[in-house]
Design a protein around this ligand. Structure first.
Ligand code: ADP
Ligand code: ADP
Ligand code: ZN
Length: 216
């Protein structure tokens, strides 16, 4: 199965993608993670993306479409994927349709995570991840069981994203409403959109997503 998790920054896409990935044998494809890896490695793409990401704006469609197109060809993705953070514009959605058709694949489902804007600021400014395994946490909503120790791998180093500050989050939310929200109608029109309540606690959102996955 190939699906998209659609929602603004902080909606819980990454959190849920990691759970579903393990349960259903799908692969999470996060363009944000891929771009951050490119920035860290100092590649040509990373150099182009760095300032744009720090400003909370969208990297060019060409760059992210190229990254996704290459990634979808890799062997580990052939059993199905969860797109997290892509597509983010109608042009990206159209390019995705075209490239999947060319590769003989299709999208089965788009899950919209419905959330309100204001609570997202708190989610994003409190977000941190394990430096070793990438497990996601939150200062208030998802603390490690033992403070300072990763539940998953026992790692003791954590990191916060450069763009997870209030000012940048507001720009990212603006970009979401202007450029990404139209995708809700785009996929509803194709009859593959389902919605879940992203304001519910993490476990409940997971249950709603499981129910949607079982229904298709
Ligand atoms: P979040 O999960 O908080 O929404 P992401 O990790 O998905 O954030 O994205 C971080 C940043 O990377 C975005 O603000 C944007 O600059 C860039 N980015 C990620 N995916 C895309 C995309 N599909 N198109 C354009 N820019 C992207
Ligand atoms: P996204 O990938 O959509 O940007 P994340 O999955 O990284 O969002 O979640 C943002 C932050 O909010 C993380 O710190 C995460 O632990 C927390 N979080 C995720 N889902 C929920 C939820 N349903 N309720 C409360 N906090 C959540
Ligand atoms: Zn860890």
């Amino acid at each position: 199965m190939n699906l998209i998790l659609l929602g603004p920054p902080g909606a819980g896409k990454g959190t849920q993608a990691k759970i579903i990935e393990q349960e259903r044998g799908l692969v999470q494809l996060s363009t944000g993670d891929m771009l951050r890896a490119a920035v860290a490695a100092g590649t040509e793409i990373g150099k182009k993306a760095k300032a744009v990401m720090e400003a909370g704006e969208l990297v060019s469609d060409d760059i992210v479409i190229g990254i996704i197109s290459d990634r979808i060809d890799e062997p580990d993705v052939q059993g199905g994927f969860i797109l997290d953070g892509f597509p983010r514009t109608v042009a990206q959605a159209e390019a995705l349709d075209k490239l999947l058709a060319e590769k003989g694949k299709k999208l089965d489902l788009v899950i919209e995570m419905k959330v309100e804007d204001e609570p997202l600021i708190k989610r994003i400014t409190g977000r941190f991840t394990c430096a070793k395994c990438g497990e996601g946490y939150h200062d208030e909503f998802k603390k490690p069981a033992v403070e300072g120790v990763c539940d998953k791998c026992g790692g003791t180093e954590f990191k916060r994203r450069a763009d997870d500050n209030e000012e940048t989050v507001r720009s990212r939310l603006e970009a979401y409403h202007a450029q990404t929200a139209p995708l809700v109608d785009y996929y509803a029109g194709k009859g593959i959109l389902k919605s879940v309540d992203g304001m519910a606690p993490i476990d409940e959102v997971t249950n709603q997503i499981r129910a949607v996955l079982d229904s298709v």
